[in-house]
Write a protein of this length. Structure first.
Length: 103
């Protein structure tokens, strides 16, 4: 599905009409001729996020199965975390900081 490209100024002037057109395709908002944001139906956004979450879970499952099949000895948790971070590009320390419930 191709997105419709709309300058931010046009979006401001025709927001109601353009938001109604999201049923057919998302909008790419441009600022100074460059892509700045994507506007899509919330249901589509939720579906994409769920699909991404499932893909990440499957990737993690595959990584763990591969590690389990190759393991001939125990490794430390620190080594496991380091291997995971190298394989995924995610820093788990950064992720833990984002989950804090304290304000």
């Amino acid at each position: 599905m191709l997105a419709r490209i709309v300058p931010v100024t046009e979006f401001r002037n025709r927001a109601r009409e353009l938001l109604a057109s999201l049923e057919s395709r998302p909008l790419v908002l441009t600022q100074r001729g460059r892509p700045a944001a994507v506007v899509m139906r919330y249901e589509e956004y939720e579906a994409r996020e769920e699909r991404l979450r499932r893909l990440e879970m499957e990737r993690d499952r595959q990584l763990l199965l591969e590690a389990k099949s190759m393991a001939t000895e125990f490794i430390s948790l620190d080594e496991l975390v380091e291997d995971y971070e190298q394989a995924t590009g995610y820093n788990l320390d950064d992720h833990d900081a984002g989950l804090s419930t304290e304000d």
